[in-house]
Design a protein around this ligand. Structure first.
Ligand SMILES: [Zn+2]
Length: 116
């Protein structure tokens, strides 16, 4: 299973995703990988009916999630409906097809809670 990795600046402590060559806050090149964890919270999302070429999920849900350490990431949400505040988990999978080739990356899907 692929793990989603964020980055932390060793100089100022800024954490971010995806990777930048330099820290977006202080410009330092001293960055280390950090584990983002398996759960994140949906902050906001939009539903797109006009999707980029090669995307098979229509409508496409594009959301911003926040991990427990405060790092935010943008990505596709694998669901037809979702609520803001929902707990999601990153999953690795195909995002779209470009010229017959599948492009993969992280998407977010709702965590299925066990019914008790
Ligand atoms: Zn920094």
């Amino acid at each position: 299973m692929q793990k989603m990795t964020g980055f932390k600046c060793e100089k100022c402590g800024k954490m971010f995703y995806p990777k930048h060559a330099r820290c977006p806050r202080c410009g330092s090149l001293e960055l280390k990988e950090i584990d983002l964890g398996n759960e994140c919270t949906l902050m906001t999302y939009t539903k797109l009916f006009a999707v980029p070429e090669g995307v098979e999920q229509i409508p496409l849900l594009l959301g911003i999630v926040e991990f427990k350490n405060g790092v935010r990431a943008l990505g596709q949400i694998v669901a037809e409906e979702v609520e803001i505040g929902a707990t999601l988990q990153p999953v690795w999978g195909p995002l779209r097809k470009v010229h017959g080739k599948t492009v993969s990356g992280f998407k977010f899907e709702p965590v299925k809670r066990k019914l008790s």
